[in-house]
Write a protein that binds this ligand. Structure first.
Ligand code: APR
Length: 255
């Protein structure tokens, strides 16, 4: 059961904010059928990230990464946005959300309409759908290469082809981190949703926003290591919480 008082408190913060930045993690997409990483049954329970999601391992043997990736690539490619993604896009249409910073590669924020009404989107860990050769940097789309009948795809120049997602030990896309951090200095409200906040430098965002005076709303199924930064912590399903929040805000219920 979601704490009603906290729902109203969060709705009031949202109603009084005009530069809301959203920071999302894998937990926002579990209700779209995509497992997160660290919940029970999550991806890192099945694949050791120090091997399967390590850039160094990829350079030595891409087959490990591709074995894991093949399990998720169809799912990520066909998943639909859920109520959380849709509400965030609605808050952008209402002129409230000005930026979305996501650790996710599933493009579900864009599929929900985020970015279509002026908000900037920062994909800290890259995005599904684009691949490149790590030797000659040639870019590819999934339908331009065979990823099904080979252990791993190789470029004509003999370089390994890799999705443009950030593995452990790989640097973040140039300029994206700086842009995201800058948004956090502008925010009057940061909504942190579906993240364990365990991975840096992505997890710098909440403390930067706090330092520059933003109100922080956390929406998460479990407690996180940074709960003390939250002005309001809404514990539960992100989809249900966003649905309730939008109802309160839209019905203009006296909050
Ligand atoms: N509603 C609310 N919270 C949820 C839901 C849900 N429906 N489903 C999961 N969660 C919460 C979990 O309780 C957990 O705290 O979302 C969080 C997801 O945490 P992680 O699995 O650690 O995902 P994330 O924080 O995005 O991981 C960051 O780590 O492995 C790397 O590159 C990977 O981008 C990823 C980064």
């Amino acid at each position: 059961m979601i704490d009603e008082d906290k729902l109203f408190e969060a709705a009031l913060i949202i109603k009084n904010s005009n530069y809301i930045v959203v920071f999302s993690g894998a937990g926002i997409s579990t209700e779209s059928g995509i497992d997160d990483f660290r919940s029970p049954g999550g991806l890192w329970e099945r694949y050791d990230p120090n091997i399967y999601a390590s850039y160094q391992y990829f350079l030595q043997d891409p087959s490990l990464f591709w074995k894991m990736h093949k399990e998720v690539e169809d799912l990520v490619g066909t998943a639909e946005p859920n109520q959380s993604h849709l509400t965030i896009a609605e808050l952008e249409r209402m002129g409230k959300v000005k930026a979305v910073i996501t650790q996710n590669i599933d493009m579900l924020h864009q599929k929900a309409g985020s970015g279509k009404n002026g908000a900037k989107i920062y994909q800290l860990h890259g995005e599904y759908g684009k691949l490149h050769c790590i030797k000659c940097n040639m870019e590819f789309k999934y339908d331009e290469i065979d990823t099904k009948n080979v252990e791993y795809p190789v470029c004509e120049c003999s370089g390994y082809i890799k999705p443009k997602v950030i593995l452990f030990g790989e640097s973040l896309p140039h300029g994206v981190l700086e842009g995201a951090m800058n948004e956090c200095t502008n925010a009057d409200c940061l909504i942190v949703v579906g993240s364990s906040l365990l991975v840096s430098p992505a997890n710098f965002m909440p403390s930067i926003a706090k330092q520059y005076g933003a109100k922080l709303i956390f929406i998460n199924r479990e407690n996180t290591i940074m709960d003390d930064l939250a002005d309001v912590f809404l514990k539960g399903s992100a989809g249900e919480i966003f649905t309730q929040l939008l109802k309160i805000i839209k019905l203009n219920i006296k909050v």
